[in-house]
Ligand binder design. Structure first.
Ligand SMILES: [Zn+2]
Length: 269
């Protein structure tokens, strides 16, 4: 699949935390509540996929198999390596034999609230492909070339050493990506980079750049069905929202945007 003219059609779902209700009601959070679905909702979504005969595929497998239509499957991804991905989401995925991809922040593994290496290894063995979300979660576009190399190579090597597997996918922190990051990722051995652009048709360059659709909090099953189906009008609306957000980031500067965002969503450090 090295042919850059080839396009892949695959709805790639993006999740962060999968929490119990009591966790979600905390006054001060670490993530935007839009990036935390309840374990109950996640279970409903997994059962919806099963009931509708929609199979899941890990992104590593997608890049290995030469099938631009991906057999009508969807991909499930998790960013950051939250411990509730192991305690809440993993049992459901395993129960229904569903594949997924977990993007780990290697500098956070074993910290409170995050998976440890034993849990990551168990998920890898249970059909969840563990891949990189960098070491520190700093936006790569704001870093110098040596720091980008260290974030990409360091996280890759750390997962490969701990889990004895090949890491070839990267999810960029905050969805921010530029040409330098793509080039450095390619040289570091990554074959695919995940962003947060809500699209279902992806260009397969080397590395491939893959968009993803966030499954928001309190997502009804009818909206979930549209996400899974790659509904064009929904994706168009999501892209407009994303462009408005990006314009605001540019206008305010990234640091000011983050400050406003943290105040808005009561996110603590
Ligand atoms: Zn992240």
């Amino acid at each position: 699949m090295a042919d850059s003219a080839k396009r892949l059609r695959l709805p790639i779902l993006m999740y962060h935390e999968v929490s119990r209700e009591s966790e979600r009601r905390k006054a001060v959070r670490k993530t935007n509540p839009a990036y935390s679905v309840s374990a109950g909702e996640f279970g409903d979504q997994i059962r919806w996929l099963r009931d509708h005969g929609v199979e899941t595929v890990s992104l590593s497998r997608v890049l290995e198999e030469d099938d631009p239509a991906c057999g009508g499957k969807v991909a499930i991804t998790f960013d950051d390596g939250w411990q509730n991905n192991y305690t809440e989401a993993f049992p459901l995925l395993r129960e229904h034999a569903m594949e997924a991809t977990l993007f780990l922040l290697t500098g956070f593994v074993g910290r409170q609230g995050y998976v440890d290496w034993a849990q990551a290894a168990e998920m890898e063995a249970g059909g969840v492909s563990v891949q990189s979300h960098t070491v520190s979660h700093r936006p790569l576009v704001g870093l110098g070339p040596a720091e980008i190399v260290s974030e990409l190579e360091g996280s890759k090597k750390s997962i490969e050493d701990h889990l004895g597997k090949r890491v070839d996918l990267l999810s960029v922190p905050h969805g921010l990506l530029d040409r330098r990051v793509i080039d450095i990722a390619g040289r570091a051995g990554y074959r695919g980079i995940c962003t947060t652009l809500p699209i279902v048709f992806h260009s397969l360059g080397n590395p491939a750049v893959l968009g993803r659709i966030n499954v928001p909090d309190r997502c009804s099953l009818s909206v979930f069905a549209k996400i899974v189906g790659g509904d064009p009008s929904l994706l168009f609306r999501l892209r407009l929202e994303k462009e408005a957000k990006n314009a605001l980031k540019k206008l305010l500067g990234y640091e000011n945007y983050r400050k406003m965002y943290k105040l808005r969503y009561k996110i603590g450090e």
